[in-house]
Design a protein around this ligand. Structure first.
Ligand SMILES: Nc1nc2c(ncn2[C@@H]2O[C@H](COP(=O)(O)OP(=O)(O)OP(=O)(O)O)[C@@H](O)[C@H]2O)c(=O)[nH]1
Ligand SMILES: [Mg+2]
Length: 379
């Protein structure tokens, strides 16, 4: 996950370091070039000198005075210093501070923005990252080329951190809140066809059963052939109660029954599966609104496929307009090397990502954690 974005950030950081250093050189304020090669040579010379010195010491042992020994120790110290420098080498120092100008970085930031778009990052998000980076870098005074790398890295991390942190409660917190009132949390799952709604519901049931809660699942996809059987297969495997009617029956009535069942049996969680539907299909979007009206879910969760990148963001926007979603689950994050949708979707919709689907097994679900995401991008 995020391989592509990580690479784009690293490339931009490298280019910025090179460009600003080149500008500094042109302005004539390079002090010394601590490149690996030159330090290597200095260390070699120091070593030769040391060997020479030690044979000289043998020859003139009796006449060697304390001052000479101190000189030798000084040489040795210099050699160690140079070896140290060599370890962290490859960077330039400047005679006077170099102030980063807009001109130094504009072209590279433009390239970065384009390359983020290529990685499926939403345009608003790519823009926000680049603007934030520009704001931090322009006017920044630097003493060494390494500073550019550090400032860029820190600034990108800060911008991304802001983007991926969308306020919101976790599902667990919501379950607990409802439980304290003696009611189940009702969660309705929506999204276009094949994004992973049914699989995600099975995973979430499994996730909360392991935490000691008892879920019930409503088979409210009464539309697609085989949908009820597919869900029944999961509930059999997991030993979870399923409420189902005939294929073609009213999905809102199934959801309503599941909520009644949970209330009567004191179950803490109702997970409502719904049929996949295109955001452009008005009839099916209206039917989804009806399920919401009748079953009165506490939250509606949009399930999107991370692999579809900007399309997932676009779908989420349309579903949010139609039905007002409360949170997002992105599936197939395990197969997504770009990561653009995961980075963008919460920020664009203004609703939190709650879980990430990371595989096809029941345990392949991860509660969303912005710190984990940051680490994935900047590790
Ligand atoms: N790799 C991977 N595959 C997933 C993940 N989540 C779901 N899938 C796969 O995606 C396919 C579709 O999953 P479903 O759960 O049937 O999707 P759906 O949204 O319910 O589909 P419809 O009901 O037809 O709209 C299945 O093959 C799942 O195994 C995930 O996180 N990672
Ligand atoms: Mg389904």
């Amino acid at each position: 996950m995020f391989d592509s974005i990580r690479k784009k950030f690293a490339e931009a950081t490298g280019k910025l370091t090179k460009k600003v250093s080149a500008e500094a050189e042109e302005e004539g304020n390079i002090k010394n070039i601590e490149s690996s090669d030159s330090i290597e040579k200095e260390v070699e010379i120091a070593e030769k000198k040391e060997k020479q010195d030690s044979s000289d010491i043998q020859d003139t042992q009796d006449t060697q005075d304390i001052q000479d020994i101190q000189d030798m120790q000084q040489d040795k110290g210099d050699k160690e210093d140079k070896k140290e420098k060599k370890k962290g080498s490859g960077f330039l120092s400047f005679i006077k501070e170099k102030t980063i100008s807009e001109k130094d970085i504009d072209e590279i930031l433009w390239e970065l923005e384009l390359s983020l778009l290529e990685s499926d990052v939403a345009i608003d998000v790519a823009n926000a990252v680049v603007e934030s980076l520009k704001e931090d870098l322009v006017g920044q005074k630097i003493k060494r080329s390494k500073d550019i790398e550090d400032f860029t890295y820190d600034s990108l991390k800060k911008a991304v951190s802001k983007i991926i942190s969308v306020d919101g409660k976790t599902m667990t917190e919501m379950i607990e809140e409802k439980k304290s009132k003696g009611e189940p949390l009702v969660v309705m799952f929506v999204g276009i066809n094949g994004t992973g709604k049914t699989t995600t519901i099975a995973k979430i049931a499994n996730f909360y059963m392991k935490k000691g809660y008892t879920p019930v699942i409503a088979a409210s996809d009464t539309f697609r052939a085989g949908a009820i059987e597919q869900l029944t297969h999961h509930t059999d495997n997991l030993n979870v109660k399923i409420i189902k009617h005939q294929k073609g029956s009213d999905p809102a009535a199934v959801a309503f029954d599941a909520v009644e069942h949970a209330k009567a049996k004191g179950k803490e969680l109702v997970l409502v599966d719904t049929a996949g539907r295109m955001q452009t299909n008005t009839n099916l979007m209206d039917e989804m609104k009806k399920i919401k009206r009748v079953s009165k879910p506490d939250i509606v969760v949009f399930v999107g496929d991370a692999l579809t990148g900007n399309d997932a963001v676009e779908q989420a926007t349309k579903f949010n307009d139609a039905i007002d979603i409360d949170g997002i689950i992105l599936t197939k994050a395990d197969a997504d090397s770009k990561g653009g949708a995961s980075l963008s979707i919460g920020h664009v919709i203004g609703k939190p990502i709650m879980f990430l689907g990371v595989g096809q097994g029941y345990d392949d679900i991860k509660e969303y954690d912005p710190d984990w995401m940051l680490e994935q991008i900047f590790s």
